[in-house]
Design a protein. Structure first.
Length: 277
């Protein structure tokens, strides 16, 4: 079932209305997380119900500590939910699965491996045939502008180049879903903007489903098809917004009245909670 769209001024709030009938995409139903400790239970996420469509660029924005990274780990199968169920293409996720690639805030490249060797790391760990995936790794490096850097070591690359290599590593085994946890948070502002444009292009060309976590509201609006806004811990859904702007987007769109209005609307969610950071 498609989300119901309700007007809010000239913006639109997407209200999730249940599972899609074909079972495709990522479906969360009543998913919550509570951590156990000696001092007692620590709630991280209140029950969440939402759906991410195939090929969608879905962004989650919220304050620090609201459970965004926990959400990502549960979708990847690295962490079990306390309640509820997560399905990918109709199949319950109960353990780590090969249908995702993960990009973290730090590029986390192995310093003794070349750029190509780092990109091929998932292939080596999964013991997949290198001869099959090596051409794909080289093509991905070419796609992100790293052709000619295959034999360089990570310290020979800039921060933005290292993150491009980490994106290639996440895509090399051709997963359907790419999960990104604040991937550009450590970059300077200019490099971060360039990486946003680059990521938009990569997603458009590969058709991957992307779930991005960020603290940056402008970054969320620039990249997303839809934005899930979370409350403070324990995290819950405050709203889900459609981003009604055409693609491809250039940085000039940040001056568009619709862009400005949506960033202001999302920022209002946090005016009573303090800053995102």
């Amino acid at each position: 079932m498609q989300p119901i769209i309700r007007p809010r001024g000239h913006l639109r709030v997407a209200v999730e209305s249940g599972k899609q009938t074909d079972g495709s995409g990522i479906q969360l139903s009543g998913v919550s997380k509570t951590y156990r400790s000696r001092e007692g239970d620590v709630p991280s996420l209140r029950p969440l119900d939402f759906h991410i469509n195939d090929g969608e660029f879905f962004v989650v924005v919220g304050p620090s500590g609201c459970g965004k990274s926990t959400l990502l780990k549960m979708i990847s199968g690295l962490l079990p939910p306390s309640t509820g169920e997560i399905k990918v293409d109709g199949l319950p996720i109960t353990k780590p699965h090969g249908n995702v690639g993960i990009v973290f805030q730090s590029a986390m490249l192995l310093p003794w491996r070349t750029v190509l060797g780092n990109v091929m790391l998932p292939i080596d760990m999964k013991r997949l045939p290198r001869e099959k995936y090596l051409p794909r790794a080289r093509e991905l490096l070419k796609t992100v502008g790293l052709a000619g850097f295959e034999n360089k070591l990570p310290w020979q690359l800039s921060g933005g180049m290292q993150q491009r290599a980490s994106i290639c590593r996440a895509l090399v085994h051709d997963p359907k879903i790419m999960l990104m946890d604040e991937p550009f948070g450590a970059l300077d502002a200019l490099t971060r903007e360039k990486m946003n444009v680059e990521l938009q292009r990569i997603q458009r060309e590969t058709g991957k489903t992307v779930l991005l976590i960020t603290h940056s509201i402008p970054e969320a609006v620039f990249l997303a098809d839809r934005i899930l806004v979370m409350t403070e811990r324990p995290g819950a859904i405050a709203a889900i917004y459609d981003v009604p702007m055409p693609r491809p987007r250039t940085l000039d769109i940040m001056a568009d009245p619709t862009f400005i209005a949506l960033t202001q609307t999302i920022r209002q969610h946090f005016s009573s909670q303090g800053t995102l950071d």
